[in-house]
Design a protein around this ligand. Structure first.
Ligand code: NAP
Length: 279
């Protein structure tokens, strides 16, 4: 498994998302997460929002007895992200996850509370050993500038943002900003959250041709394309063990420069949007 740096840690380039896992059979999802861990996907991403805590509870069950293997990430909702509310939300997440610390705690997206409040809470939680590091999510460059001004350099470990073949907006300025400041980029919804290119589409055919050349799958090609940036990690969600194992193997696939050019042409980056897309 290819590793990528997040703060002072090196963790799996391909990790595991958990949005909507509570919609599938609990046993199947617990098994998928465990098989994903066996395959090296030690980065598990969850949030208090997902299933109103149910996704965290399922993750807690899946990692019971294996906590030390996991780089565990959860997120505070913006509506809870006051100084006091963030600390309380973290305590609830720890309870749901049946653990005494998170490896990284993120602000899910910007809301009404001043960043200084949320960041002060993150620093307090880190000082108390409840979180090992913190980061942000859905932050465009002006938000990142503001967070950097509040926190100082070297404090923001990652920015989790939307990135897939058909949504390449972060390439314009978010990735360069993060690379320039040592902030890991975590690509969420790497398969377009259910909008993966159809096999018969022009782009789908390009993916298929490249996949065949490597004896790989089109999903693996899609993940390998995102991972061409050395600062980048990704967190596909899989609710079955087969998908989890397939996704893990994508970390070992390296595309040639010519294949990358073909994929870039099939899924053009487009112009820089006014605001950062998110879902
Ligand atoms: P995604 O990972 O882009 O796509 C998930 C879909 O792809 C599911 O339908 C899944 O099906 C399918 N899939 C997964 N592996 C597959 C494979 N190998 N072959 C075929 N289909 C496969 O969607 P996402 O859940 O939106 O994003 C991933 C994670 O990012 C989330 O779970 C969450 O942790 C995080 N996220 C963060 C934010 C944020 O605001 N920070 C927003 C959205 C998502 P099965 O379930 O049947 O396997």
């Amino acid at each position: 498994m290819k590793l990528r740096r997040v703060g002072s840690e090196h963790i799996a380039a391909v990790g595991q998302g958990t949005w909507n896992i509570e919609a599938s059979s609990r046993q199947q999802v617990v098994n998928a997460i465990r098989r994903g861990l066996d395959a090296g996907m030690n980065h598990i991403d969850t949030a208090e929002m997902y299933g109103s805590g149910e996704a965290e509870r399922i993750v807690g069950e899946a990692i019971a007895g294996r906590r030390q293997q996991v780089f565990l990430v959860s997120k505070v909702l913006p509506s809870n992200a006051s100084r006091e509310g963030t600390v309380q939300a973290c305590e609830r997440s720890l309870q749901n996850l049946q653990t005494d610390h998170l490896d990284c705690y993120l602000l899910h997206w910007r809301g009404r509370y001043p960043l200084a409040e949320t960041i002060a809470a993150f620093e307090q939680l880190q000082g108390a050993g409840k979180i090992r590091s913190w980061g942000v999510s859905n932050f465009d460059t002006p938000d990142l500038d503001e967070a950097l001004a509040v926190a100082g350099p070297g404090r923001i470990d990652c920015n989790q943002v939307l990135y897939h073949l058909q949504e390449r907006a972060i390439e314009h300025s978010v990735i360069p900003w993060c690379e320039g400041h040592g902030v890991a980029v975590v690509a969420y919804s790497p398969f377009g959250s259910g909008q993966f290119p159809k096999p018969a589409s022009a782009g789908g055919k390009v993916l298929n041709r490249i996949a065949e050349a490597h004896g790989a799958t089109v999903r693996q090609v899609a993940l390998a394309f995102l991972l061409r940036y050395p600062s980048l990690l990704t967190i596909p969600k899989a609710s079955g063990a087969g998908h989890a194992v397939e996704n893990a193997a994508a970390a070992d696939l390296t595309l040639t420069p010519s294949e990358i050019v073909q994929i870039e042409a099939a899924f053009p980056r487009g112009r820089k949007p006014r605001s950062l897309p998110m879902i």
